[in-house]
Design a protein around this ligand. Structure first.
Ligand code: PAF
Length: 275
């Protein structure tokens, strides 16, 4: 595993690489979800590159940037075991040097749902992902379906800015109870985890109801809202088009059921495709 901290070192290394490049952008705290992205990239590309950068611009003022779990030594062991070729782990000043002032704003899609609750979030994600796709020019870049709106945002900026990578979305990795894996799950107590396990169960039940009873969105949303345990505070439940995030009154196979909830002070998101 070759580890680089600077863009210049990466560019030098890239100029010696033949064949296709797969990029897996992460904020570290590597878990099975990231490893699924790594494995997908290893199958499809000659060289696989992981980036590890806890991106300050995608955290709101009251969010957990300082507390975000960081363990680069453990991450390196996991990535080395998977046979990753290159790790790019820059310092903040490498990505945002003094005087940095250019941000990417993709418009409407980034203003709804997650964008409403986390107003700066997608501007930060769009900026870092645009920078990484521009630095590495990968043939393919890999992202997890758990962050469904982020996936839609990244596909849009890649198309709009002609960045030329293929954006590959890998299915959500889940634990033995079906809970979507996330670096933030470590914030949950055992009791909170039990409640959180209901989220995916109920989403998959709603999907079944859609297929067996052809239910409309409002009925499915009602079912989900009523079925979640009372210690789960719902921020939103909705049914949207997977690309535009337009609200769908009548769901179809291109729809996703999306939820965001708070359990205590922990915020969780999940989604299920109706296809
Ligand atoms: O999904 C994440 O871990 C981050 O939002 C990403 C895509 C690495 C950008 O910082």
């Amino acid at each position: 595993l070759k580890t680089f901290e600077t863009i210049e070192q990466c560019r030098k290394e890239l100029s010696c690489i033949d064949g296709s490049v797969g990029l897996i952008p992460t904020m570290g705290s590597i878990h099975k979800g990231h490893l699924n992205l790594v494995r997908a990239s290893k199958i499809e590309n000659t060289t696989s590159i992981v980036t590890l950068f806890v991106n300050p611009s995608q955290f709101g003022r009251n969010e957990d940037f300082d507390q975000y779990p960081r363990d680069i030594d453990q991450d390196m062991v996991l990535l080395e075991n998977e046979g990753i070729d290159i790790l790019f782990a820059p310092k903040v000043r490498e990505i945002y040097p003094l005087g940095f002032s250019t941000f990417v704003d993709i418009g409407d899609l980034s203003k709804k749902y997650e964008g409403l609750y986390r107003p700066e979030h997608f501007r930060g994600v769009s900026t870092i992902v645009t920078k990484l796709l521009s630095i590495f020019r990968p043939n393919r870049a890999y992202f997890g379906q758990k962050d469904a709106q982020q996936c839609a945002v990244i596909k849009k900026l890649n198309d709009d800015l002609n960045l030329g990578s293929e954006i590959i979305i890998v299915p959500t990795a889940r634990d033995q109870f079906g809970m979507a894996l996330s670096s933030r799950n470590i914030y949950l107590s055992e009791l909170q985890k039990k409640s959180a396990n209901h989220i995916n169960l109920i989403l998959f039940r709603a999907k079944k109801l859609y297929h067996s009873k052809n239910m409309k969105s409002c009925d499915l949303i009602n079912f989900i809202s009523k079925s979640l345990p009372i210690d789960i505070n719902i921020e939103y439940v909705s049914i949207v088009n997977r690309e535009t995030f337009a609200t769908m009154n009548i769901p179809d196979v291109n729809s996703l059921i999306i939820v965001a909830v708070n359990i205590g002070s922990v915020r969780l998101i999940d989604n299920v495709s109706l296809s």
